[in-house]
Design a binder for this molecule. Structure first.
Ligand code: FNR
Length: 189
């Protein structure tokens, strides 16, 4: 440590509940994690036509992943799957073939929903994608956050003590996961 973590907020919405969750997670992260957002809202829709000459916005996006020790996905569930904008960003990061920015990069997945199953299916979809992208994921704890209107304030204060403790523990486990991945196979990075 310290470790740099780039986080993706899967929603583009101004008042996103997942953005609120991200603010809380940044506050609750242990001091060795240096958190910064990786934005993807300026990326065009991916096609492999771009592979021979990636636009600057996509080069910058990929560089912002490459320079981080790990990535965290904080995502809503849209129609029982990954939001399209987030999947588009992952597709950009994974190409051109052989230059996948996620390979061997430790990751974790978390999400909030107003619905009772709290993004479980979106997270399953995302985990399958990250597996294919060769990113070693935090397996446990899983984190399906059932968001109620007052659970997290706009400035990221968690109003429920047990949820706050759970989220803090989640970030501690993520930190331990990053440390395991980076220390076991440093020669491959
Ligand atoms: C949703 N929502 C939703 N919720 C859920 O639990 N499972 C789902 O499959 C869906 N599907 C879905 C599709 C689309 C297109 C939208 C806009 C919404 C509701 C969703 O959880 C709610 O809008 C959250 O506020 C989305 O998170 P953000 O965007 O606020 O972070």
């Amino acid at each position: 440590p310290p470790y740099t973590v780039g986080y993706f907020v899967g929603s583009l919405a101004k008042n996103s509940i997942n953005r609120r969750l991200s603010t809380a997670l940044v506050k609750l992260a242990p001091p060795e994690l240096q958190m910064s957002e990786i934005s993807f809202s300026d990326l065009p829709l991916y096609s492999w036509d771009y592979d021979e000459d990636y636009p600057q916005v996509a080069r910058d996006f990929k560089a912002s992943i490459a320079e981080k020790d790990a990535v965290l996905f904080i995502t809503p569930e849209y129609n029982r799957s990954i939001p399209g904008a987030l999947k588009n960003a992952i597709d950009w990061a994974s190409r051109p073939y052989g230059q996948n920015a996620f390979s061997r990069k430790p990751s974790a997945v978390i999400g909030a929903s107003a619905g009772a199953i709290g993004t479980a299916l979106a997270q399953q979809s995302l985990r399958a994608v990250l597996s294919f992208c060769n990113s070693p994921q935090l397996s446990a704890p899983e984190a399906y956050i059932h968001m109620t209107p007052d659970l997290i304030t706009d400035d990221g204060e968690v109003t429920n003590e047990s949820t706050e403790a759970f989220l803090r523990g989640y970030m501690d486990e993520f930190s331990a996961h990053i440390q395991r991945v980076l220390t076991v196979v440093p020669q491959q990075r």
